[in-house]
Design a protein around this ligand. Structure first.
Ligand code: GLU
Length: 275
């Protein structure tokens, strides 16, 4: 019996999984299973310019060999672009998004979007990107790990939902996909905390229910930089799964489990799990 909890792991296929991404996978997996929930996997390949051939399949194989078996079918963002477009057109027709002709050069030096196209583009200009007309409202929400969070109105300043290169923006895709899959709790790394206000604004505009959020601390390199595919964090190997799982659980501050098969280690981790 499922409890109604639906959670997910949503990797971008820009490279193989590294320690930081395994931590994210394990945190979301154990939290879902500890709550008798479903754990879904979504491949965030909406930004085709960052997609690396073979990475998505490698990620899925690695998850399986690390004992994390997902519920339902894997969702691929690049199969959902027609839907992203429909929602954008709907937002535009309701006056909640607008075409923007501004080039990077025209916006140089502005930390926040100066609103040049907010009330329509200058004559003769053509839309390059689409921006969400972000309400200037303070946001307060509760993070299950970090506690109360606050974002001052105006900080998001009409963020882009469709990019000038034609790709749909992460903020849009993630909000639509999470809402339509009925996610009840998002467990992810603190690097995405800063994206949360944009997601809350979009959820509100689209009438979606707000999921719970839990952001855990990030695994860092010894120089303090974030472990990421971009800075060539070492990928995890299939044959080292028990060691990596033990280290990831330790990193997440969970009770130690004995070295065993990945499935058995995760069973132990789930039964001891504390967010
Ligand atoms: N695709 C994002 C990443 O790999 C994660 C998005 C999310 O969890 O909201 O960093």
């Amino acid at each position: 019996m499922s409890s109604g909890y639906i959670g997910r792991f949503a990797p971008s296929p820009s490279g193989r999984l590294h320690f930081g991404s395994i931590v994210a996978a394990i945190a979301s997996y154990c939290d879902a299973k500890a709550n008798d929930g479903k754990w879904l996997v979504r491949i965030e390949d909406v930004d085709g310019s960052r997609t690396v051939d073979g990475a998505a399949n490698d990620i899925l194989r690695t998850l399986e060999s690390y004992g994390m078996h997902w519920d339902g079918d894997v969702v691929w963002q690049n199969q959902r672009v027609h839907h992203y477009e429909e929602v954008i057109q709907d937002l535009i027709s309701r006056g909640e998004a607008f075409d923007c002709a501004c080039t990077r050069k025209e916006l140089a030096g502005h930390k926040l979007y100066p609103g040049y196209c907010r009330n329509g583009m200058l004559e003769g200009k053509e839309g390059r990107s689409v921006r969400f007309l972000t309400p200037v409202e303070d946001l307060v929400w509760d993070d299950l790990i970090l506690g109360e969070q606050f974002s001052r109105g105006g900080t998001e300043s009409d963020f882009i939902i469709k990019r000038a290169d034609g790709y749909y923006a992460y903020h849009l895709a993630v909000v639509l996909d999470d809402a339509e899959a009925g996610m009840t709790r998002i467990v992810r790394g603190e690097d995405l905390l800063a994206s949360t206000p944009a997601h809350l604004h979009l959820q509100h505009a689209l009438g979606y229910k707000r999921p719970e959020y839990a952001h855990f601390g990030l695994a860092l390199n010894s120089d303090g930089s974030k472990l990421s595919k971009a800075n060539k964090a070492v990928p995890v190997e299939v044959d080292e799964a028990p060691m990596v799982i033990a280290q990831a659980l330790e990193f997440l501050g969970q009770k130690a489990v004995s070295l065993d098969s990945p499935e058995n280690m995760l069973l132990q981790a789930v039964s001891n799990w504390k967010l």
